[in-house]
Design a protein around this ligand. Structure first.
Ligand code: ADP
Ligand code: MG
Length: 276
């Protein structure tokens, strides 16, 4: 679904020609995968997401989205239709005064017939469990609900893939949970390819694969167990690990024979119960 090869990117206003915001990024994301990208502030995550969506073009290297080259300006709308983006602040993404009109905005721009638009709007709102709010003004909704409406707006374009750039960063815990449940539902039930950028480590635990970025490069990649067991490497680049993993790591350092790959409370409890 997504492929980058030897990708380099330097911002236009960067005076130092050797300073790249992205360096040598090789990314291969398969159809239907749920990939989480983590990395501290300034590591290049948002830059990467904007390149994937054709907002910026590679300085060097190549990006293919569903077989389409993002450097080809003629393909840009087709690429954005196939790989939608959801950003941090839902208020910046909602344009209409009524929820259903907002969700209809994308398909209207695609020039679809009105029955098709209606059908897509209803399905998209159903999918994010916001049908009951379709006649409400977005500013009456909670942060999590607004973000779900923003997701419905993307779904109504029928993308194959959605790239989420810290969609939960501005939400309270219950809003975060709603949005994460929606994202997982889209991946598991609707088989959508998901790229989820986050700085909340607990949101990465269920991913098929985690990609860790630092200073514009991919520095670690693997299953959640493979990545989070690298506690020291993650700490070195300023990242936390899930609490259970950290506790396992510290118990191990104290001499207990605990596995360093525990990610959930249940796994750690089982592991401790089996110790002699
Ligand atoms: P992240 O999303 O991981 O926090 P970004 O992709 O926003 O990281 O930033 C990566 C690097 O690119 C940082 O060093 C940042 O200062 C720089 N950068 C981001 N946006 C711009 C811009 N519009 N112009 C110049 N440099 C930028
Ligand atoms: Mg960012």
């Amino acid at each position: 679904m997504i492929k980058t090869e030897n990708l380099f990117f330097r911002y236009d206003d960067e005076k130092d020609l050797d300073k790249f915001a992205l360096k040598n990024v090789d990314l291969h994301i398969k159809d239907g995968e749920f990939v989480v990208i983590i990395g501290h502030n300034g590591s290049g995550k948002s830059t990467l997401s904007k390149l994937l969506n054709g907002i910026y073009y590679p300085t060097k290297g190549k990006i293919m989205i569903d077989g389409l080259d993002t450097s080809d300006e003629n393909l840009i709308w087709e690429i954005r239709k196939r790989a939608g983006m959801v950003f941090q602040n839902p208020d910046n993404q909602l344009v209409a005064t009524i929820v259903e009109e907002d969700v209809a905005f994308g398909p209207e721009n695609l020039g679809l017939p009105s029955e098709e638009i209606r059908k897509r709007v209803d399905e998209a709102l159903e999918s994010v469990k916001m049908s009951a709010f379709k006649r409400k003004p977005p500013h009456h909704l909670s942060g999590g609900q607004k973000q779900r409406v923003a997701i419905a707006g993307i779904l109504a374009m029928k993308p194959k893939c959605i790239i989420f750039d810290e969609p939960t960063a501005m939400l309270d815990p219950s809003g975060r949970k709603e949005v994460m449940q929606t994202i997982k539902h889209l991946n598991e039930t609707e088989k959508m390819t998901i790229v989820h950028i986050t700085h909340f480590m607990d949101e990465a635990v269920d991913a098929d694969r985690i990609i860790v970025m630092d200073e514009g490069q991919i520095v670690l990649e693997g299953t959640p167990k493979q990545v989070f067991s690298q506690v020291e490497t993650l700490k070195k680049i300023g990242l936390d690990v899930p609490q259970v993993t950290l506790l396992s790591f510290e118990l191990k350092a104290l001499g207990y024979d605990v596995m360093s790959e525990n990610l959930t409370v249940d796994e750690l409890v089982n592991n401790l119960c089996q110790l002699k």
